[in-house]
Write a protein that binds this ligand. Structure first.
Ligand SMILES: [Zn+2]
Length: 254
């Protein structure tokens, strides 16, 4: 989960339109929030990912669900309130169910910065505050953010792929550093390779808060970074990618 910046509400969603849709919902229980201008803006806000578990949406048979942070059954007047709508996957939407978040708060990624509440412990997303009723713990447990089949295994598969590439890049970087003939052997493979690795920890990538924590904590990564800096190959683009990853990654300790 990463902090999301909510854009302005769609201009189509005027006060009058809201009233009309609320009335329609109360009378018919129709999914009045499924307006193309709402769906599109929510998807853009979350980089086409679930706002909670960061799985990619609108791909591999995973449609976006419009999640009502304050449950639509208890708070029908907020059914198209722009600040109450979040893009989620079907599983997080269903795990959250009809919980009354005004009484039992959960993390809202458009309001709270998840990295202040969550951290990564041995590949598991955990709450920094371990109290049973802490907002971090309630969120992780209710949304099942470490579900083995749905999230843990897919996240670990990406880590395996990343580590395989990073290991190769690191070896090439060490070889480059140790060459004494001045030739920049494999230079572009190393430079492009490290950029590709960092792209796995950008807001547009799946599980970016998790991947950022893994990559930036990897000895092969920071040794490669040091070598590239030493050789004058670490450029502004890499630094920019690194800084973004650093800003969204989960801590690996409390
Ligand atoms: Zn989800």
């Amino acid at each position: 989960m990463i902090k999301l910046i909510r854009p302005e509400k769609p201009i189509e969603l005027t006060e009058e339109k809201e009233k009309e849709l609320i009335l329609d919902f109360k009378n018919t229980k129709k999914a009045v929030w499924r307006q193309p201008y709402i769906v599109e803006r929510l998807l853009n806000m979350s980089h086409k990912k679930c706002c909670y578990c960061e799985t990619a949406l609108e791909t591999q048979g995973r449609p976006m669900h419009v999640e009502h942070f304050h449950c639509k059954d208890d708070y029908p007047d907020e059914v198209v309130n722009w600040n109450n709508l979040l893009p989620s996957c079907s599983q997080c939407n269903s795990n959250k169910g009809t919980l009354d978040t005004k009484l039992y708060p959960l993390l809202n990624p458009t309001v709270d910065d998840p990295k202040n509440y969550l951290y990564l412990n041995h590949f598991y997303i955990k709450s920094k505050d371990n109290a049973l009723d802490s907002i971090g713990r309630e969120t992780v447990e209710l949304l099942d953010l470490n579900n083995r089949d749905r999230l843990l295994n897919p996240r670990l598969s990406i880590v395996d792929m990343m580590r395989y590439k990073l290991n190769d890049i690191h070896k090439k970087a060490v070889e480059l550093k140790n060459r004494d003939d001045g030739k920049q052997y494999n230079k572009s493979r190393i430079v492009n390779g490290i950029k590709d690795i960092l792209k796995m920890a950008q807001p547009t990538a799946e599980y970016s808060a998790f991947m950022g924590a893994i990559i930036l904590d990897d000895e092969d990564y920071f040794e490669t970074k040091e070598i590239l800096m030493e050789l004058g190959l670490w450029d502004a683009e890499m630094q920019g990618l690194h800084d973004v990853a650093d800003s969204i990654k989960l801590d690996t300790h409390k």
